[in-house]
Design a protein around this ligand. Structure first.
Ligand code: NAD
Length: 483
């Protein structure tokens, strides 16, 4: 049994009320631990600790702060095996994915911002002809709130915490109640790395209880949130009247647009990943595949045959897909597959629960490809967030741009073509925060990350994140031109 505790003011403790939640292992369906079900009183305690710690933390020299963040990055790396095991067990993702993507990226997040904070600067504006100069200070905001989802647990948790701390803030953070374990292990590593008590506080519990209390708190002045669009809209409604700074990274329904002139083999390999990595539970997965008609039948045959060979099974083994996050989520995905059939979709492969002999109660699903005939059908418009992609042919650039832009979301898009002019045209016209041409999930942490439309507000990554976690203050000095 894994017992998760809150980490407040450098201490590990249960929820003040004593309430707990069950933690279920998606691969087996078994309860394998408990976590605190925290509420507003735990958040208040975490806030007090963070407020207390802020004065000293904001005054640490950049070198000291950077050294601590580097130490955390190193410790994550040293504990890769243990963290990856925990992540895979908690979320159902293949252990190989946790080892090669999730945990290394968590370490990179700290390493990146340990360095970035030493390179961050602000602007000066000389107001020529007026004998005055302006310069901008960028101060940490104070106590900030970070709330993250279950799909890339430690990866996304650290993607928020590292820049928040780097900028000199203290933090009240909440991981998803479905995947709390690696955040708990991170707390131990932060302690070991010498992060002072109260600088990072990790409080567990459900969204409506612990999460809501962070958003409601009048003195937590910035919220960095990653999760569903409906939750983001709710948070925006609560936070806006308090004039909180908000960064919202929300859902996606990303197009994967394939032209006949693409590098075929590379496209096919990458499309398998962009469709089904992490059981399709990555906000950046390309869940709507549009293929230029001359290539359509060839792609359909090859893709479906490759998808049918993907191995679904226990995440600890050499599998392509592990379990989806929960029973409810699996049912939601199955409901969408049923809806697709009602809407006239044709299931080319998959479409059912996958049977895994070792774990009959685990939450497994077959990777599923659905051919649709209307880009406006609900399965093509709504985020499913599972191992399900749709397939549709197109004839013209204008047509596929219109289809790609027809959703309310706008997080990322992939384009496969060898035509540079076309890449530029799509770059101009696709309504998306990120466009990958002939690649997918190719990340440089300096670049702005985020979506447009219902996919969110604000950008993470690089100096964008450090700007979000700081408040600019302009100082204007007028000077006498002569003695
Ligand atoms: P979710 O919105 O249900 O939960 C996300 C987090 O918010 C959890 O920690 C949850 O406890 C908390 N929460 C829920 N209600 C809350 C409330 N009222 N107040 C404060 N916090 C609350 O999302 P999820 O199911 O955990 O994650 C899946 C979603 O996340 C998908 O829509 C996916 O696209 C999105 N996502 C987006 C990105 C991105 O970068 N844009 C990355 C990963 C996941």
């Amino acid at each position: 049994m894994t017992q998760v505790l809150n980490y407040i003011n450098g201490q590990f403790q249960p929820a003040l009320s004593g309430a707990t939640l069950e933690n279920i292992e998606p691969a087996t369906g078994n309860v394998y631990g408990h976590l605190p079900q925290s509420d507003a009183q735990d958040i208040e305690q975490a806030y007090d600790a963070a407020k207390q710690a802020f004065g000293a933390w904001r005054q640490t020299t950049l070198e000291q702060r950077s050294a601590i963040l580097y130490r955390i990055a190193d410790l994550i790396e040293e504990n890769l095996e243990k963290l990856a095991q925990a992540e895979s067990c908690d979320s159902g993702k293949p252990l190989s994915l946790a080892k090669t993507v999730d945990i290394p990226r968590a370490s990179s997040n700290f390493r990146f911002f340990a360095h970035a904070l030493t390179q961050f600067s602000s602007e000066a504006h000389e107001s020529v002809g007026t004998n005055s100069i302006n310069f901008t200070l960028r101060h940490p905001i104070g106590v900030v709130g970070c709330i993250s989802p279950w799909n890339l647990p430690l990866y996304l948790f650290t993607w928020k915490i590292a820049p928040a701390l780097a900028a000199g803030n203290t933090v009240v953070a909440k991981p998803s109640e479905l995947t709390p374990v690696t955040a708990f292990l991170l707390a131990e590593l932060c302690q070991k790395a010498g992060l002072p008590a109260g600088v990072l506080n990790i409080v567990n519990g459900t969204g409506p209880s612990a999460g809501q209390a962070i958003v409601d708190h009048p003195n937590i002045k910035a919220i960095s949130f990653t999760g569903g669009t409906a939750t983001g809209a709710h948070i925006a409604r609560v936070a806006a009247p308090m004039f909180k700074k908000l960064s919202l990274e929300l859902g996606g329904k990303n197009p994967n647009i394939i032209f006949a002139d693409c590098a075929y083999d590379r496209m096919l390999e990458t499309t398998l990943k962009s469709s089904f990595a992490n059981q399709g539970q990555i906000c950046l997965c390309g869940s709507r595949i549009f293929v230029e008609r001359p290539l359509y039948e060839r792609f359909k045959k090859d893709f479906v045959s490759r998808v049918a060979q993907l191995r679904v099974g226990p995440p600890s083994e050499a599998v392509d897909l592990g379990a989806v996050i929960s029973k409810d989520h699996r049912q939601k995905i199955l409901d969408y597959i049923a809806l697709a059939q009602k809407e006239g979709g044709n299931i080319l492969t998959g479409g059912k629960e996958a049977t895994v002999e070792e774990h009959p109660q685990g939450y497994y699903l077959q990777p599923t490809v659905i051919e649709v005939n209307d880009h406006l059908c609900r399965v093509n418009q709504e985020e499913i967030f599972g191992p399900v992609v749709t397939l549709m042919p197109f004839d013209h650039e204008e047509e596929v741009i219109e289809m790609a832009n027809s959703v309310t979301y706008g997080l990322s898009a992939s384009l496969w073509t060898s035509n540079l002019d076309r890449s530029m045209r799509f770059g101009q016209q696709l309504e998306t925060g990120i466009l990958w041409v002939n690649t997918w999930l190719n990340r440089d942490l300096r670049t702005p990350f985020g979506g447009v439309k219902s996919s969110g507000v604000g950008r993470e990554g690089g100096f964008e994140a450090l700007r979000f976690f700081t408040e600019p203050k302009n100082i204007c000095i007028s000077y006498a031109p002569k003695i």
